[in-house]
Design a protein around this ligand. Sequence first.
Ligand SMILES: [Zn+2]
Length: 368
Amino acid sequence: MAATPIHGVLHDARTQRSLRVEVDFDSARRAVHARGENLDLFLPEQQLKVERGGFRGDVVHLLWLGAAGSVSITLEDRDQVEAFCERASTTLADQIRSTRGRKPSAAGRIFAAALLLALLLPIALIVFVVQNPDPLVGWIVDRIPPSVEKAIGGQVEREISARAITGGPLSDALSRITAELSKGIQDPPFEMRFFLVPDATCNAFAAPGGVIAVHTGLLAQAESPEEVAGVLAHEIGHVLLRHSLRQMVYRAGLWSAIRLLLSGADSWVLGGAEMLTALSYSREDEGEADGKGLEILEAAGIDPEGLVRFFERTADNDPLMPALLSTHPTSEGRARRLRELSAGLPSPAPLDWGLDWPAVREQARAAR
Ligand SMILES: [Zn+2]
């Protein structure tokens, strides 16, 4: 006799698609088996992480984080979760039951209910009247506290730090630059954490919560420490102006964003670092991040010429810069605007970085 099917929702963070699936446990493979339209997927038990979610803590997410992205299977009510536990291995069932045990307090639930009401009314209004998601996304982002933003960044940080270069001359050179740069950030909501990633593409990207990944390809292409400092000041600008957070909320969708507001980052399934590299900022964001970057450089006493030069070179469609350009769209006017803005700033005395820059570039080129 065929067992009653267990229903779940499979969410692919990479494509941002969700799909209804039948969920089962394959004891021979020790894997969760998900079947849906054009889909037959086995997620090995050992690679799964269990998270609790939902308004009453009775929703269970089975998360699989792989190099190519992440997939989650959500069991949406107590009965489906219990039916699944009956079929799963003892280890997985125990893990699910113990994770599920952490329920929000009664006061927390009342607060969340009140917050949901307070959120839904204006949200419904905005959705139906304006039919334009931008103000709504901005409204939600304004209400995400720095602690939650930092927790979101924490997911990305775990992924990036696992493959980051630590120690050695390249990492030291980056630390030298970021130490100077940090002097220009006044009252940051959280500490900025920089990670050097062995990747030959000339790129850097910022995650919410102050996590900034710097590719070795950026060190290899930059003609001076000031250019690196300039690009990173621009990235810090994106972080402080919450551009990456807004992009992630935009991509994750309305309901994920509301869940994020209600229950914090732990139940928000994000695409992590993979997703960040796929984000693209608007030209308005770029202009704002440039302005903020210049402010930071000025406060840190670093010559803004580096930032201006770097983006002038990208504006010339330098073939070495495609990765940076794809996530930070530039335009002809942008380099000119940067040039004008920086002309109004005082020129600081050149900094003694104590770095042999040609040697750093050479090492960065060799790093893999
Ligand atoms: Zn940018």
